[in-house]
Design a protein around this ligand. Structure first.
Ligand code: ADP
Length: 154
């Protein structure tokens, strides 16, 4: 049993938003270490490369000592085992997030009962923020600064 409570916060982070930032900031006091990890998903059409997204994550969380950033291929559960994390952190905005997340968490529970998925509910003012809408605004030349952490230089 590791002494440290390590959580993996997996996602696409294409790009990181204030919603992600809020979840990580609040979780940073609950866990000894959080690894914000970009899962490379070949089925998703990404706007930013993994390298760009890693840089944006580094810029976002540079000030929080116990937050690291990384990327991985394959199953999240396998990545958790590799880094000795017993917790998967996810954020919830609404019912559709919940329905989707519930199934994944339950199947992960079957595969690896020792790894717990922990959910944090986002505050009401961040419910509308999603990476996909931020991407649409960006692609169409709009301003995205108000939706991403101020330290991110996109
Ligand atoms: P994925 O492709 O795995 O959904 P995302 O980068 O879109 O990756 O999201 C990563 C995590 O952050 C997910 O748990 C998602 O529900 C959560 N999340 C995304 N936007 C918000 C937000 N505005 N508030 C809280 N959590 C959020």
């Amino acid at each position: 049993m590791p002494m440290n409570k390590i959580a993996v916060f997996p996602g696409s982070f294409d790009p990181v938003t204030l919603g992600h930032y809020n979840i990580v900031k609040r979780a940073a006091v609950l866990f000894d270490k959080i690894i914000v990890a970009i899962g490379s998903n070949p089925d998703k059409k990404n706007l930013f490369t993994i390298e760009q997204r890693l840089l944006f994550l580094q810029q976002s969380f540079a000030e929080i000592d116990n937050v690291m950033v990384d990327s991985y291929r394959g199953l999240t559960i396998d990545y958790c085992k590799k880094v000795d994390a017993k917790y998967i952190l996810r954020g919830l905005r609404n019912n559709s997030d919940f329905d989707f997340e519930k199934s994944i968490a339950q199947m992960n529970q079957d595969i690896e009962p020792e790894i717990e998925t922990v959910f944090l509910v986002c505050p009401p003012h961040l419910t509308a923020i999603s990476s996909s809408i931020v991407r649409d605004i960006y692609k169409n030349g709009g301003h995205i600064q108000q939706f991403i952490p101020p330290s991110v230089n996109i």
